[in-house]
Design a protein around this ligand. Sequence first.
Ligand SMILES: Cc1cc2nc3c(=O)[nH]c(=O)nc-3n(C[C@H](O)[C@H](O)[C@H](O)COP(=O)(O)OP(=O)(O)OC[C@H]3O[C@@H](n4cnc5c(N)ncnc54)[C@H](O)[C@@H]3O)c2cc1C
Length: 421
Amino acid sequence: MQTIRRETDVPVRNKCDVLVIGAGPAGVGAAISAARSGARVTLVEYGGKLGGLWTLGLLCPLFDNRFHEGLNKEFREKLEERNAWGGLWKISFDPTQMAMLLDEYALAHNLDVMLYTMACDPILEDGVIKGVIVQNKSGAQAVMAKVVIDCSGDGDIAARAGAPFEVGRPDDGVYQPMTMMFRIGGLCEEYSEDDIISWYRAIEAAVADKEKLLADIPFNHPALIRLPRRGEALIQWTHIHKRFGADGDDHSCATFEGRAQIRKAMEYFKLIKDTVGEVYLLELPSVIGVRETRRITGEYIISDEDVKNGVKFPDNICNVRFGVDIHEPDKPRQTCWQHPGFDIPFRSLVPLKVNNLLTAGRCISGSYVAHAAYRVTGDCLAMGEGAGAAAAEAISRNIGVRELAKIRMSRVISTCEKAGN
Ligand SMILES: Cc1cc2nc3c(=O)[nH]c(=O)nc-3n(C[C@H](O)[C@H](O)[C@H](O)COP(=O)(O)OP(=O)(O)OC[C@H]3O[C@@H](n4cnc5c(N)ncnc54)[C@H](O)[C@@H]3O)c2cc1C
């Protein structure tokens, strides 16, 4: 590829304690928990709302929510008070109300939020991350920080800082497809709250040409997710295969493909008026849903065996209960299976090779299979909380986050030794 050289001075916008990249479930968890632990936090988000896929991507239910205390419980209770919680399996929420709630949390915790801002390049000194160059309508600026937490989903900053990473299935490197969600209105009262699939079976029964159905929208186990407000649902149906969410051109093309599939979906809904009512397209998301890109390799990689055996770790920050859920990279179906529940150790949030950097959310260090379970939003939120608190602790003790990880482990080992285990 042809390149050009660019060297410019960049103004320093601010210096903070903890810089969080991305305001999805992991990022809001990290920012709020770091602020609650006394850190000055800057939160950089390239969309115009907080919440990541919850709000920009129109995505719920909030899986694994009920297994965690902390912000999972707080958000659920606040949304319940606003009649914005319920719907499918009583764990779904209104994305608009979630966006409003997260704004209130940002204000209440004095977060320095930069919306419409892309985190572009890490600022490194001798393998230590010192800040990040961000870009927005003001141009390029530097945000300096004692600890950076990459919650971008794609591990953009960690990868550019030189942290190693893995992508996709171990044998061929392919990854789960993207999905563009959409919100429908006009769903008939009789459609049952927890019935995710019978509308699709009705479409299958109504169309003569099943191959065309799958060619138009290549997924045969879609979901209708009833929202708390009657008559509204999110539809998870479109599938865009073999486009990489961390590649700019692929990401853009997939977005067009997603909306093209939604156009076809709305035509299919007309065939099943008797089952669902005269539904209409109420809202498109601001972003396409990306399931899987980089998994940043950390001090520990959560393995397939860990998942199968329900491993417990002494430096656990989040116990994952949600089952493995793989939207197959090259088939129109899903593979799901349960496990006993496994821990995420703090070490899997500490990337190799770069110091004072953490990850949280779907880009942490785990296998293809482990990722397919811990990627759900209740776990990403809990991981973010763990990362934010750890960043603040490292700063207050004047040590690096890798050293903190070692101290956490050695503390556990010495306690075990004292106990004679
Ligand atoms: C179609 C689909 C359906 C799903 N269904 C469910 C479900 O029903 N329930 C569930 O719990 N989970 C579900 N998941 C999984 C879940 O939504 C994601 O794995 C989860 O949102 C990941 O959280 P995160 O905080 O790591 O990333 P994200 O939610 O992706 O948030 C990342 C944030 O970072 C921002 N960002 C990215 N790069 C940059 C950058 N360089 N600079 C600045 N900002 C940046 C993005 O704008 C975004 O706001 C689904 C996923 C998909 C794709």
